[in-house]
Design a protein around this ligand. Structure first.
Ligand SMILES: NC(=O)C1=CN([C@@H]2O[C@H](COP(=O)(O)OP(=O)(O)OC[C@H]3O[C@@H](n4cnc5c(N)ncnc54)[C@H](O)[C@@H]3O)[C@@H](O)[C@H]2O)C=CC1
Ligand SMILES: O=C(O)[C@@H]1CCC=N1
Length: 275
């Protein structure tokens, strides 16, 4: 499979790392980015071909991944219009941008219909990503399978029926790794304030996340039961969870996820209005 990336930043690098040499040889991946440093790193690390701007190699791809910031998308995809119109096969356009609606993207691409919108996350870098995907009406079954194959190479996939749901996916899993890192940072800070070294705190916090996440993933029991099993009545965990409840931590997390989803929706509305 030939895959082209428009944008070779953080998320594209995570996807390329999972795809190169697994789904397709690195030489079958073409990355377009005006930033030479981004291209050099991807070429050196994975043997991908590169270009500073959209070129003929992009039109040879079966899947074109759009991986630029939402605010740069309209300008970035303009050079694709003649390429897509003249392509002998119909490449799948796979957008990973937060917020950008398929209808707006289709309009910017001159009415192109084969678009899958997707929200991956950075654990794709180690093959442990999770992505939500939604296909536009013009997407064939084969193109849907191609999108699924690309994302499955770097983790799991969850298909959605309604494009509006992708803002919720953005809030939960697209932005989610940052919440986990934030929690780890907080646990490390507490460890240091309680007299451990920063290194000890980090090791304990990271291993606790890895272990608890694996336990939740492998267990057949509800997460709430796993939580209760750690929590002796009147014990230490009870003291911690009571403190969290009193501080409104759960409500704050729910609000934070909703804020991310709302920002995704707002970005889409802004981009749609701007043209
Ligand atoms: N970083 C993350 O965790 C996730 C990001 N996303 C989405 O992925 C997209 C990219 O995000 P990041 O990789 O984090 O951003 P980034 O800033 O690391 O990468 C964007 C890249 O696009 C390049 N670029 C700018 N204009 C261009 C153009 N006209 N043609 C080609 N390349 C161009 C930039 O030089 C940069 O290397 C965004 O739309 C974001 O919403 C989605 C899921 C997770
Ligand atoms: O923060 C962002 O806008 C991107 C989308 C999801 C994760 N990172």
């Amino acid at each position: 499979m030939k895959i082209a990336f428009i944008g070779g930043g953080n998320m594209a690098a995570a996807l390329v790392a999972g795809l190169a040499g697994k789904v397709t040889p690195g030489a079958n991946i073409h990355v377009v980015d005006p930033n030479p440093a981004a291209l050099e790193a991807l070429h050196a690390g994975h043997g991908v071909t590169t270009a500073p701007s959209i070129d003929a190699a992009v039109s040879a791809a079966e899947v074109i991944v759009l991986a630029v910031k939402p605010q740069s998308m309209r300008e970035a995809v303009a050079p694709l219009v003649p390429l897509l119109a003249g392509a002998p096969h119909a490449p799948l356009v796979l957008s990973i941008a937060a917020g950008i609606r398929s209808a707006d993207l289709s309009r910017w691409l001159g009415g192109y219909g084969a678009i899958v919108r997707c929200m991956p996350n950075t654990p794709a870098l180690i093959g442990m990503g999770i992505a939500g995907l939604v296909a536009s009406a013009g997407v064939t079954q084969a193109q849907r399978l191609a999108a699924d194959q690309v994302l499955k190479a770097v983790g799991g996939t969850v298909w959605l029926d309604d494009e509006a749901q992708i803002d919720a996916v953005t809030g939960v899993s697209g932005s989610g790794p940052a919440y986990v890192f934030y929690f780890i940072e907080a646990m490390q800070q507490a460890a240091v304030e309680l007299g451990l070294t920063a290194g000890q705190g980090l090791e304990l916090a990271k291993a606790t996340f890895t272990g608890a996440a694996q336990l939740a993933a492998q267990s057949q029991e509800p997460v709430s039961v796993l939580r209760e099993r750690v929590t002796s009545k009147g014990g230490t965990t009870y003291a911690a969870l009571t403190s969290m409840e009193e501080s409104g931590v759960k409500a704050a997390i729910v609000n934070a996820v909703k804020a991310a989803a709302a920002r995704g929706k707002e970005l889409g509305e802004q981009m749609g209005r701007d043209g």
